[in-house]
Design a protein around this ligand. Structure first.
Ligand SMILES: Nc1ncnc2c1ncn2[C@@H]1O[C@H](COP(=O)(O)OP(=O)(O)OP(=O)(O)O)[C@@H](O)[C@H]1O
Length: 229
């Protein structure tokens, strides 16, 4: 059983904004949807779990790891995908970029090549393997970013609006991949409530405050009702 995600009175101040305001929660579920309006704190929450932004006050534990003091351990267990894949593409070609994700794993060359081959095939990128990664379309870049994240087999996948640039077919491909039953935990930030409802639990943020944790259909309905007000 994977250790939970725990936040104890976490606040995050970014410039003038209190992006997260005194958030305490414990999440044991495997697939976690994060919903809420623009600017409510969802991305900040995702970045906090991924060790990309520190808590200003309070403390947290991600699968038993403290992101503040154990950044190396955190990097080993977390994979991240954001809505803008450009920042995640590093190497010149598609295949090289996918392989780059495995650099820290010290795998035998043949195993590394086989993992790259399987991952490219899984995301429909085999025919693009030798293409310049920065010349891909937005959607293709997102597939490559996700490919680079899952190829390391992380315990925790943090995906912030991963389908933002994708057409319907690729959105479905990515969503089905992320939500497929496996032993990886998923934290999925999304405005797509049908995707949120496919998760095991949803958390709702409003103005940096946590205002709901529970059954995704109920939390989504509460969120939608709040938008009518
Ligand atoms: N780098 C930053 N500097 C200052 N304020 C920031 C920064 N990043 C985010 N904020 C502010 O923090 C608050 C929460 O932002 P966050 O990006 O977490 O919201 P969000 O729920 O992910 O929004 P969206 O749905 O629009 O992506 C917002 O008020 C935002 O303006």
């Amino acid at each position: 059983m994977t250790a939970p995600i725990i936040l104890n009175n976490v606040s995050v101040r970014l410039g003038e904004s209190l992006a997260l305001d005194d958030v305490s929660l414990r999440l044991d579920q495997q697939r976690i949807a994060v919903i809420g309006s623009n600017g409510s704190g969802k991305s900040t929450f995702a970045r906090l779990l991924g060790g990309l932004v520190p808590p200003t006050t309070g403390s947290l534990s991600v699968h038993g790891v403290d992101p503040v003091t154990q950044s190396k351990e955190l990097r080993r267990l977390v994979g991240v995908v954001f809505s803008n894949p450009d920042a995640q593409i590093i190497m010149p070609t598609v295949a090289e970029d996918a392989a780059f994700s495995l650099r820290g794993e010290k795998l035998p060359k043949a195993e590394s090549a086989e993992r790259v081959r399987i991952a490219l095939e899984e995301f429909g990128l085999t025919d693009l393997a030798d293409r310049a990664a920065h010349d891909l379309s937005g959607g293709q870049k997102q597939l490559l970013a996700l490919c680079g994240a899952v190829i390391r087999r992380p315990q925790l996948m943090i995906a912030d609006e991963p389908t933002a640039y994708l057409d319907a077919r690729n959105s479905r491909l990515i969503a089905n991949h992320l939500l497929a039953p496996n032993d990886r935990r998923l934290v999925l930030v999304t405005h797509d409530l049908t995707l949120a409802e496919r998760c095991d639990v949803a958390v709702l943020f409003e103005n940096g405050r946590l205002t709901g944790v529970g059954d995704p259909a109920e939390i989504a309905a509460r969120y939608e009702a709040s938008l009518q007000c």
